[in-house]
Design a protein. Structure first.
Lengths: 112, 116
């Protein structure tokens, strides 16, 4: 158990809909990262938050957004969903001095 | 731009045999290198990491990796594979970002099958 909790584990939704994925980092970790894992793109970094502020951005679509709350949990919002957004979405966290990221179990999103 | 190449998509080994998974990276500065394992339906678990110092690093589950700067490689090895090692293995490279943490670039993964 990495200590990173993601909910829900599975999500099935229709095209055009909006969903919110939730991540609770390890206790005390200030950094939260979101990654997308799909068959055609592999594992791709989406975005990082550090102590509530956006710190780095990767290949994140404009339809996607994220935020980190004062209690350090984070949410990834995906809107106007398309079939191609079906993927496994991982959250990871790391501490201020930590140099490795600890990953949650992921949320499997299926868009139908 | 940083990148990682894992040339072997699938590897099959017999239980008890040795294993080497290849990883080549491209990075403009001193790389921070990682190997992660993903079992079916599971998240990514860190096996080992290299930041500096001894180029041979030991990880969990009996794995080790050797950093070779001249070859831009960070190959993962295990002397004797167990059936429970069947999984997908990812090599990753990343910088250390301000305030801690890292933005990882992953390879495409190597699927390991273990024959009994």
């Amino acid at each position: 158990d990495s200590g990173v909790t993601q909910t829900p584990k599975h999500l099935i939704t229709a095209t055009g809909q909006r969903v919110t994925l939730r991540c609770s980092p390890r206790s005390g970790d200030l950094s939260v990262y979101w990654y997308q894992q799909s068959l055609d793109q592999g594992l791709q970094f989406l975005i990082q938050y550090y102590n509530g502020e956006e710190r780095a951005k990767g290949n994140i679509l404009e339809r996607f957004s994220a935020q980190q709350f004062p209690d350090l949990h984070s949410e990834l919002n995906l809107s106007s969903l398309e079939l191609g957004d079906s993927a496994l979405y991982f959250c990871a966290s790391s501490g201020d001095r930590g140099t490795e990221a600890f990953f949650g179990q992921g949320t499997r999103l299926t868009v139908v | 731009a940083q990148s990682v190449t894992q040339p072997d998509i699938h590897i099959t080994v017999s239980e008890g045999a040795s294993l080497e998974l290849r990883c080549n990276y491209s990075y403009g500065a001193t790389p921070y290198l990682f190997w992660y394992v993903q079992s079916p339906g599971q998240g990514l678990q860190l096996l080992l990491k290299y930041f500096s110092g001894d180029t041979l690093v030991q990880g969990i589950k009996g794995f080790e990796a050797e950093f070779k700067r001249s070859q831009s490689s960070f190959n993962l090895r295990k002397p004797s594979v167990h059936w429970s090692d069947a999984a997908e293995y990812f090599c990753a490279v990343g910088p250390i970002l301000t305030g801690g943490g890292n933005k990882l670039t992953f390879g495409t993964g190597t699927q390991l099958k273990v024959e009994l």
